[in-house]
Design a protein around this ligand. Structure first.
Ligand code: ADP
Length: 447
């Protein structure tokens, strides 16, 4: 096992990793930008190193500074959290070249899954069902027309290098296709420096269902059930739950076992998530995230596993000590992502947090780096905390969530807490009847 781990992240996820390390008896090194000198992850870590000025490209994405911080402090491994360098294959390689362990999959696996076309082809070859579409990039309009006619309109044009829901355009007919392709290419070039796009059948009313996997890099892998992340705004998840209200045990076993078998075949190391759209009883692979996800706590709640500790154990060379039959999924859990934003316009609301009160009690977890007097910097994303409730049933979770949101106080900045309180009064949410477009429609009605 490692003696000292550097956490290359900030905010709630840096705290999350720090807590896992501490419970394993591992020393922690925090890194931070000058804007985060007073942040909670810096205060709680055993040591900290300032790695640059506020913009992420000069600090949290500054690979030489992070490698130097490891060398100065004697950290043996780096946990990247999510976002920032967590899916940067080159970063994983550079760490290896310096004799440091990247806590996550191999650079090769990150690279395969980081390019959406290669990821889709790999998934297909591993027997995972994919969305019908072009088998590769599409650059020429004639070819795009042929493919679209073949799979049928509507189609979605997506950036090969895409992420964060950007660079996607829908075309409902041939007339819209030309504009959609040109716009998607321009946006992709601007956002990712790579204008390559591909085509997929646009699913009208799917749910977003993703399978959590864990492998040890030695050919052992298990799945830990699914999360339903259909409630999204601008393709960004807002509310996540495990298990999905839309699946039964048999459907879960079929897709879960197929994905776990694929991960064994890849000899995948660490945690990962295979994302699917789910419509009319069919699963369609959209992408794989080769890292810990924001919504991992709902899976922890139904499995009793600490996913970050599991990541660290397999990174240190341990074999998975359990088989699929040892994994039990029990109860229900829901996570709300709470942002410092206006709950109606979603305009960011950085600034000083005057007061904080977190809810507590049975089945109530808050992952947050906030404290009274903390100044939320304007440079990073606006996630300020996650409220995770768990219980024996979904109904129990809904009551618990309502109770916990009522106790949650953050003063001085605006938060999205009122949005979740509104959602809890909606019959579709109460019944679990929602698809990936539900939230956008709801917000449009209430604008
Ligand atoms: P990103 O990497 O940018 O997050 P994804 O491929 O994971 O992109 O897609 C993000 C979201 O976009 C999905 O959760 C879904 O809401 C929507 N989406 C993606 N592909 C399709 C599709 N073929 N049909 C309908 N919606 C889609």
């Amino acid at each position: 096992m490692f003696d000292k781990i550097l956490i290359a992240n900030r905010g709630e996820i840096a705290l999350r990793v720090l807590r896992a390390c501490r419970e394993l008896g591992i020393q922690t090194v925090a890194v931070h930008s000058t804007a985060d000198a007073e942040a909670m992850h810096v205060r709680l870590a055993d040591e900290s190193v300032c790695i640059g000025p506020p913009p992420a490209r000069d600090s949290y994405l500054n690979i030489p500074a992070i490698v130097s911080a490891c060398e100065i402090t004697g950290a043996e491994a780096v946990h990247p959290g999510y976002g920032f360098l967590s899916e940067n294959a080159r970063f994983a390689e550079i760490l290896t070249e310096h004799g440091l362990k990247f806590i996550g999959p191999s650079a090769e696996h990150i690279r395969i899954m980081g390019d959406k076309i290669t990821a889709k082809l790999t998934a297909k070859a591993l027997g995972i069902p994919v969305v019908p579409g072009s088998d590769g990039g599409v650059s020429e309009l004639g070819e795009a027309r042929r493919i679209a006619r073949d799979i049928g309109y509507p189609v979605i044009i997506k950036a090969t290098a895409g992420g964060g829901g950007r660079g996607m355009k829908v075309a409902r007919n041939e007339a819209e296709l030309e504009v959609a392709i040109a716009t998607a290419q321009t946006e992709a070039k601007a956002a990712f420096g790579n204008g390559d796009v591909y085509l997929e059948k646009y699913l009208e009313k799917p749910r977003h269902i993703e399978i959590q996997v864990l492998g040890d890099g030695k050919g052992n892998a298990v799945h830990l059930g699914e999360r339903d992340c259909s409630l999204q705004r601008r393709h960004q998840k807002v509310w996540e739950e495990a298990l999905s209200p839309a699946l039964n045990a048999e459907q879960r076993d079929i897709i879960g076992n197929r994905v776990a078998a694929a991960m064994r075949e890849l000899a995948y190391e660490g945690v990962g998530t295979i994302e699917f759209l789910y419509e009319n009883g069919e699963f369609y692979f959209i992408e794989m995230n080769t890292r810990l996800q924001v919504e991992h706590p709902v899976t922890e709640a139904i499995t009793g596993l600490d996913l970050v500790q599991e990541q660290i154990r397999v990174a240190s060379g341990a074999e998975l000590p359990y088989a699929q039959s040892d994994i039990t999924l029990s109860g229900h859990a829901i996570e709300c992502r709470i942002n410092a934003e206006n709950p109606t316009t979603f305009a960011p609301s950085p600034g000083r947090v005057d007061g904080v009160h977190f809810p507590g009690g049975l089945g109530t977890r808050v992952d947050s780096a906030l404290y009274a007097g903390y100044r939320i910097p304007p440079y990073y994303d606006s996630l300020i905390g996650k409220l995770i409730v768990s219980g024996k049933t979904r109904t129990e979770c809904m009551m618990r969530l309502k109770r916990a949101l009522g106790e949650f106080v953050v003063s001085g900045v605006e938060t999205t807490i009122p949005l979740f309180q509104q959602l809890l009064a909606e019959p579709d949410i109460i019944d679990g009847h929602y698809d990936i477009h539900w939230l956008e429609h709801f917000l449009a009605r209430n604008a």
